[in-house]
Design a binder for this molecule. Structure first.
Ligand code: ZN
Length: 241
């Protein structure tokens, strides 16, 4: 594993066109559970499975129950950026990293100081009134009782892509463009089996594809370097020399 990290260090040092694509594994090190993993949300006992409770039709028909689940399980206001977020923000400041594409909705890349973050599934940090479009902060959602309501009486909805909803086309286009023009693509903390991750990776035409994930993925055979380790520690180690 040491030689792979040395190899990664060399690649990071020599490139100024790196793109990072990250999944839930990036945030688990900040204490945010991967709700698709065996020990994640899917094992919780609620009235419905999470993919129902986090669907648009459930939001529309069981808004109060949605928010109870959402506030209890999806919001982690005390979570802090970990080494992965911090190293990636640093690489962007050095003009080496061009974009972060994430499937996470926790806003931790932005909290770490990254500017060009493409959030495929939206963000819990943004919320808006469904009637008048007024914006609300995460704090205002947390402090609300029951269903958060706007001053105009409208229901506030988080800017998070729910099941049954389509992804933001602008974000998708920018993400594909970033992948398509990257020299180095680092994929971290995802097994790549969540839509649309796998399809997007196929746009990569660059030099080095690096996969960092605790377990093996179906894409390992296409990667130039595979590191089955903790992502924060790996990125930290590869940028310290
Ligand atoms: Zn309103």
């Amino acid at each position: 594993m040491k030689s792979e990290i040395n190899e990664l260090a060399k690649i990071l040092k020599n490139s100024d066109n790196i793109v990072f694509f990250g999944g839930a594994g990036v945030s688990t090190e900040s204490g945010i559970p991967d709700f698709r993993s065996a020990d994640g949300l899917y094992n919780l006992s609620y009235s419905h499975p999470p993919e129902i409770m986090l669907s648009r039709s459930f939001f529309d028909t069981h808004t109060e129950e949605f928010y109870q689940f959402y506030k209890e399980k999806m919001l982690h206001p005390d979570a802090k950026p970990n080494k992965a977020h911090i190293v990636l923000a640093e690489l962007e400041k050095q003009s080496k990293l061009k974009a972060i594409i994430t499937q996470n909705v926790d806003g931790l890349h932005t909290a770490a100081g990254s500017a060009n973050v493409l959030e495929l599934h939206g963000s819990i940090m943004r919320n808006n009134c469904m009637s008048c479009d007024k914006q609300y902060s995460l704090d205002e959602i947390i402090q609300s009782h029951g269903v958060p309501l706007c001053g105009c009486g409208g229901i506030i909805k988080p800017d998070v892509v729910l099941y049954e909803e389509s992804l933001d086309q602008r974000v998708m286009t920018e993400a594909i463009e970033a992948i398509n023009t990257a020299e180095v693509l680092i994929i971290g903390g995802t097994s790549l089996n969540v839509y649309p991750a796998a399809g997007m990776i196929n746009y990569f035409r660059g030099e080095n594809l690096i996969l960092i994930n605790k377990s093996k993925t179906a894409y390992d055979k296409y990667a130039d370097i595979v590191i089955n380790e903790n992502i924060g520690a790996t990125l930290f180690e590869a940028t310290q020399s």
